[in-house]
Design a protein around this ligand. Structure first.
Ligand SMILES: *[C@@H]1O[C@H](CO)[C@@H](O)[C@H](O)[C@H]1NC(C)=O
Ligand SMILES: *[C@@H]1O[C@H](CO)[C@@H](O)[C@H](O)[C@H]1NC(C)=O
Ligand SMILES: *[C@@H]1O[C@H](CO)[C@@H](O)[C@H](O)[C@H]1NC(C)=O
Length: 184
């Protein structure tokens, strides 16, 4: 396409987008979206407990196949896991992670996680961050993507560094250390 014609089209399109709302359900006036961004660092431990009478993670479904007897590929787990200040189970709870993890690694064990990490203490009480990422659990140190947030973390982006603090390979119980950098 000729350059001037392209420019004319861009002009037509951007004028069309600037037209004031006519359907009564949207507006382009959202000043908080333009506020300067902050960087917040969070540090906590995530307790994923599948075992016992009071698990915080439960298997929702697993595939009906015999591909490999020891494979958990395809397993879906729903969680409501406590987040604590220290690694001990008795440490102060600062929030909880709710969502799903799906075992999505066919050859190398890997999870894909769809979780909302909500906080219940201090400045971020009632706010949460949305994490959607693959989680290569066989690597000692790994990174997850923070793709959004609620409350004080509205419009957040960021990343989390994870390190497995404890893992029981028999029942899958795990405690994971998180360092999260949130830009919001
Ligand atoms: C899968 O489901 C079918 C039909 O219900 C059943 O006959 C079969 O035994 C199941 N296979 C496994 C591996 O569970
Ligand atoms: C967190 O917020 C809830 C709801 O507003 C409130 O009931 C609770 O007391 C708050 N907790 C702390 C520790 O501030
Ligand atoms: C988190 O940050 C602290 C302080 O910098 C560091 O000691 C720790 O190893 C980090 N942990 C992870 C999982 O990145």
């Amino acid at each position: 396409m000729e350059k001037s014609l392209m420019l004319a089209w861009i002009l037509v399109l951007s004028t069309a987008m600037a037209v004031p709302p006519c359907q009564g359900y949207y507006s382009d006036d959202e000043p908080h979206v333009l506020a300067p961004k902050k960087v917040t660092k969070l540090h906590f431990y995530f307790h994923d407990t599948l075992s016992g009478k009071n698990p915080s993670a439960i298997i929702v479904s697993r595939p009906n196949t015999t591909i490999a007897s020891n494979s958990i590929f395809g397993t879906v787990v729903a969680i409501d896991d406590p987040l604590t200040v220290g690694p001990e189970k008795t440490s102060d709870v600062v929030g909880n992670a709710q969502g799903l993890w799906v075992s999505t690694g066919r050859d190398v064990p890997c999870l894909t996680i769809y979780m909302d990490f909500g906080f219940t203490k201090g400045e971020f009480n009632g706010s949460s961050i949305s994490v959607f990422s693959r989680n290569p659990i066989t690597e000692t140190e790994r990174e997850l993507a923070v793709v959004g947030g609620r409350g004080k973390f509205r419009m957040a982006q960021g990343f989390a560094h994870l390190k497995t603090y404890f893992l029981n390979p028999k029942n899958g119980d795990a405690i994971v250390e998180y360092n999260v950098t949130v830009i919001h």
